[in-house]
Design a binder for this molecule. Sequence first.
Ligand SMILES: [Zn+2]
Ligand SMILES: [Zn+2]
Length: 388
Amino acid sequence: MPIKNRLADMHDEITGWRRHLHAHPELLYDVHETAAFVVERLKSFGVDDITTGIGKTGVVAVIKGKSGSKGRVIGLRADMDALPIEEATGLDYASSVPGKMHACGHDGHTSMLLGAAKYLAETRNFDGTAVLIFQPAEEGGAGGLAMCQDGLMERWGIQEVYGMHNMPGMAVGEFAIRPGALLASSDEFEIVVTGKGGHAAAPHDAVDTTLVASQIVVSLQSVVARTVDPVKRVVLTVGTFETDSVASNVIAHTARLLGTVRTLDPEYRAIAEERVRRIAEDTASAFGARAEVTWTPGYPVTVNSETETRHAAEAAEAVAGKVNSNTDPIMPSEDFAYMLEERPGAYIFIGNGDTAMCHHPAYNFDDGAIPAGCSWFAELVERRMPVA
Ligand SMILES: [Zn+2]
Ligand SMILES: [Zn+2]
């Protein structure tokens, strides 16, 4: 079955919701207006149950299938938060809030899941339970984890869970997925190096912190180059290097490095942490300086389970006529990973056409993807829980 006719009919209405959300972006857990908008729509669709305040500001709704019995329970997830970016699209529905923008298309994801909810509540052409998950704080706040910690999976008896993200550079409405690792983990580190400040002309009386920190930066690249199996995927980047000296004739006393380690292989998270600590501390010590390392674990690897990936790909193929079921993994991270740690499931990409990349001030979600995105959610529910 291609795009569902009813969802094609609803295209303008759903586009209206998407543009309303786009004009009113909210950050992290502060998605009160967005959640209220979602709840208002869900009520008007006549869904069976709505719970707010899961993971602070998340919303969970239930739609029961034809027989009304519980049956299989499938979770469908969308994210609601925007980014602290000044929008530069010039659209007539551009952000009305200075410094905030839906630059990752979560306005589109939320609207597509709402569209699917309206369709599923109307048609109930399935036998089981669809749980709709609208989460806050995907952009760095671990809202998905917060919802899981509030008992999302157990309370609603979710057995498998699915999510979707738009992808610039892929044709609008096409789908791509892969089993196994799809997006990377993302851990952060801070290294504070303390030497001994002094006069630039008397380095023998100082411990040159800038030199020590530079040695650390160079040596850190050996973590990936010499510790990791060459066929595995790990990237380490030092993004910030700052010292407390602002003069050409002053040797810095302290230096601060900020970096990130991303990998598709979870076992390398612990190995990388251990290596970063050793290199920083021992290198500093060799020069008579001191290094303090703070390691902050971030989102885990997003791992699609085999069986659910096949279900997701089959639904996508039914909607779009084809699917790329072996797309390359990418190194950004995604907090849907926490839900996939708790239940089998899959995360899929939907094409967003030739737009600016996500997180760019000129990015925009392509409303042309809406019928396909809604249909994928609905198709998944109808295929996984067919009426007997
Ligand atoms: Zn994003
Ligand atoms: Zn996103």
